[in-house]
Design a protein around this ligand. Sequence first.
Ligand SMILES: [Fe+2]
Ligand SMILES: [Fe+2]
Length: 348
Amino acid sequence: MGDIIAMTATRVRADDKRIINNKAVDVNQLIPIKYAWAWQYYLDACANHWMPQEISMQRDIEQWRNPKAFTDDERLAVKRALGFFSTAETIVANNVIMAIYKFITAPECRMYILRQAFEEAIHTHAYGQYMPESLGMDTGELMNMYREVPAIHDKEEFGARLTVDILQPDFETESFSGRSRLLRNLIGYYVVTEGIFFYTTFVMLLSFGRQNRLPGVCEQVQYILRDESMHLNFGLELIHAFIRENQDVWTEEAKAWALEAVKEGVRLEYRHAEDSLPNGLLGLTHQMMKQYVEYIADRRLERLGLPKPYGTSNPFPWMSEVIDLRKEKNFFETRVTEYQTGGTLSWE
Ligand SMILES: [Fe+2]
Ligand SMILES: [Fe+2]
């Protein structure tokens, strides 16, 4: 009977590592590191650790219980936002761990993917349990929106569809067609789902925070937005590294597919925004939401080296400030320090 772990006299060389099909070397050896950027993402993500229950929901609860504090449209928009995210976060966690992790064979990339998967669990915890249960919402209504509200269903369906092929037992990444499908999955997952589908809902929720409403929800959304912008940036680096090693799959057809997937994502995202904000809200009009989705889609396409079809300017410059928060203030400093010291064991 052969060993599951084969004995060997040859050691792993960093240069031999590959993003996929890492057969030349052992997938279990993190060191020596080849993809230093991936390792840095892992370290940065761990330094940003947070948990939902650390954030007080007290003021949110008082506001939400006050019948005069929100209009009916505002209440609908908040519920739709939490309903969408509560299941979308679980779907992205499933995608990343069941499809992407399996086929990305560089150990340093897998370290970050494991961290990302845990962050998606934290996001499900925040949106699906901590925020709605604190506010006394009907969690059954929220959890079922992806099966009951068409605009939410269609976005989540788009995300779930991306991995259908990859989850088939015979899926492989050796052939041209297998590698092409994996690339499409990576683009659909990181660029469309992670890079576009969350963003009008972020704008809407954070707009309450700008009026000092729902401060606990908004603080959590800020942490989530910071995590998500790292997921997107890691994903883009991963896609570029994948393409560098598999240049044959980055064909004109693949580029055209990516452009269409982004455009479809823009249509679905805009429709969701329209549906959640039937009459506009908090000074946010449908037109501004559409402009914002187009603006971020252009940014994502630019990062893939593809043409920018929309040429729209950013109607919410404050969103860029929120995303860059870490650079301008010590907003997260206390929390990061607590975790870093809390995690150190003393042997004395
Ligand atoms: Fe997430
Ligand atoms: Fe994510």
